[in-house]
Design a protein around this ligand. Structure first.
Ligand SMILES: Nc1ncnc2c1ncn2[C@@H]1O[C@H](COP(=O)(O)OP(=O)(O)OP(=O)(O)O)[C@@H](O)[C@H]1O
Ligand SMILES: [Mg+2]
Length: 199
């Protein structure tokens, strides 16, 4: 499903990813843990094709939904319209409403991104990612900044709704990694794999 071979990426003289190889199976749930600045987001940007590697290769199913580290909603669209924007086919409004209901955003459909809280924005980007019906989900610290209760709720929800998808989760939170992933990868500088744990 995802095959990364000898991947390297530098910015100027700073090598962010050095010779990384990784294989991820279909439907696998993998957590990426590493100190800040080690290159986790850079790896996701390479996987999703937003950036190109200097060397090495990535072979992956292109059906990917990417939840960015900062929730990115279209500011001129309502919550509902943000979700509808990724849908095609019939009954877009109803389908978008159902995804919003699933993430606990019912009743907020007509609000604009600047009228909702950070946690609500995170729920909305999750609804939008789910609505896109992709096979691979790249989640870059999707639960940061949420209160404990919302975090737990959204983690459980994500686990339930992504059962049949491949999940790559960047997190600094061990508990979150264990709740959602069966394989936890610990990286250090240069995205060198330091340890791997199967839960
Ligand atoms: N476009 C860019 N130009 C120059 N340097 C960059 C660029 N993007 C990232 N970097 C650098 O690459 C390194 C890795 O950044 P990255 O955002 O991938 O880290 P991260 O592991 O996601 O960190 P965090 O946990 O804080 O989100 C950092 O030193 C960063 O400054
Ligand atoms: Mg990052």
């Amino acid at each position: 499903m995802i095959e990364i071979l000898h991947l390297s990426k530098s910015y100027g003289s700073h090598t962010v990813i050095r010779n990384l190889s990784l294989h991820i199976e279909k439907k696998e749930k993998v957590a990426f843990m590493a100190p800040s600045g080690c290159g986790k987001t850079t790896l996701f940007r390479l996987l999703s094709g937003l950036e190109s590697p200097d060397s090495g290769s990535i072979n992956a199913n292109p059906s990917m939904a990417y939840i960015f580290q900062e929730p990115r909603l279209l500011p001129e669209f309502t919550v509902l319209e943000n979700v509808m924007a990724v849908l095609s086919g019939k009954n877009k409004r109803e389908r978008a409403q159902n995804w919003l209901l699933a993430v606990g955003m019912a009743g907020h459909e007509q609000k604009y991104p600047d009228q909702i809280s950070g946690g609500m924005a995170q729920r909305t980007v999750l609804a939008r990612a789910l609505a896109s019906e992709k096979e691979i989900f790249l989640l870059d610290e999707p639960f940061q900044g949420l209160d404990d209760e919302s975090r737990k709720e959204l983690i459980a929800l994500t686990g339930n709704l992504l059962k049949n998808q491949t999940l790559l989760l960047i997190t600094h939170n061990e508990e979150e990694a264990r709740a959602l992933c069966s394989r936890i990868l610990y990286f250090e500088e240069g995205m060198n794999l330091r340890a791997e744990v199967h839960t």
